[in-house]
Design a protein. Structure first.
Ligand SMILES: C[S@@+](CC[C@H](N)C(=O)[O-])C[C@H]1O[C@@H](n2cnc3c(N)ncnc32)[C@H](O)[C@@H]1O
Length: 235
């Protein structure tokens, strides 16, 4: 059973991304969307081996899913917003890509044990409560193969938000939830709540279940954390 606060952020996030739909800066078919993947061009390809089964958590219209396929993976994306996911499926059909796109909640994954060798969470930790990220990690321990990796790309909120004027008015110290909204042209204003995360805190939660292999700093406040599923004798 999900907690009410999780239901609220899930509902708000799904509505927001369905309303936002597909935009030139998120459409995998538009070169303007590629900046997001190019940020990691010195990092992500090094983690992908040919034929690796890769899962893109919160894939939206699939730019990271397609990018991982181009890097040699057999890639699957999951997202709970139908509109961008339908676009991802259309692009896959047009490109004759092998990428699969599944509708679903990344904190309650519909996959069986040993389905993937890599799971990528590209800056989508902010849509997960602290408990939801731990639940996701516990699931990945089963879903990832032995030595499979969980790659978390995230901001450190403290470094990123230092000095932000309205932050304290929007921040709930008890839950870590930050209220926010986004105006979507011709559609209105949508709630866009998110959770406050720091690298140390994410590391603390995920490391309870999957050991940390490395932390790479991508830019001033963006980091890539790699955790490995070491099953040992139990695997
Ligand atoms: C900022 S977008 C990033 C999309 C994608 N990684 C990209 O770079 O294009 C966040 C995506 O995560 C999805 N998302 C957020 N919470 C989710 C959840 N609990 N389950 C599935 N998808 C979720 C949203 O619907 C949205 O498409």
């Amino acid at each position: 059973m999900k907690k009410e606060s999780d239901m609220n952020i899930f509902d708000a996030t799904r509505k927001h991304y369905n309303a936002a739909g597909v935009h030139p800066t998120t459409d995998p078919d538009n070169p303007r969307s590629q900046f997001a993947v190019e940020r990691y061009e010195n990092h992500l390809p090094k983690l992908i081996r040919p034929g690796m089964r890769a899962l893109d958590l919160g894939c939206n219209a699939g730019r990271f899913t397609f990018a991982m396929e181009e890097m040699g993976a057999i890639a699957t994306g999951i997202d709970f917003a139908e509109i961008p996911l339908l676009h991802a499926k259309k692009v896959a059909a047009e490109r004759k890509s092998r990428c699969q796109f599944n509708i679903g909640d990344m904190s309650a994954l519909p996959y069986k044990a040993n389905s993937f060798d890599l799971a990528l969470l590209p800056q989508n930790n902010v849509y997960l409560s602290y408990q939801a990220l731990e639940n996701l990690t516990v699931q990945l321990k089963q879903i990832l193969s032995n030595s499979g990796i969980f790659v978390v790309i995230m901001h450190d909120g403290l470094v990123k938000r230092a000095g932000e004027e309205t932050f304290s008015e929007r921040y709930d110290v008890r839950t870590g939830l930050i209220e926010g909204s986004r105006a979507i042209p011709d559609k209105g204003v949508y709630a866009s709540p998110c959770y406050f995360w720091t690298i140390a805190f994410a590391k603390h939660i995920i490391e309870k279940h999957l050991p940390l292999e490395e932390v790479k700093q991508i830019d001033e406040h963006r980091f890539m954390l790699v955790f490995e599923n070491k099953k040992g004798d139990e695997g």
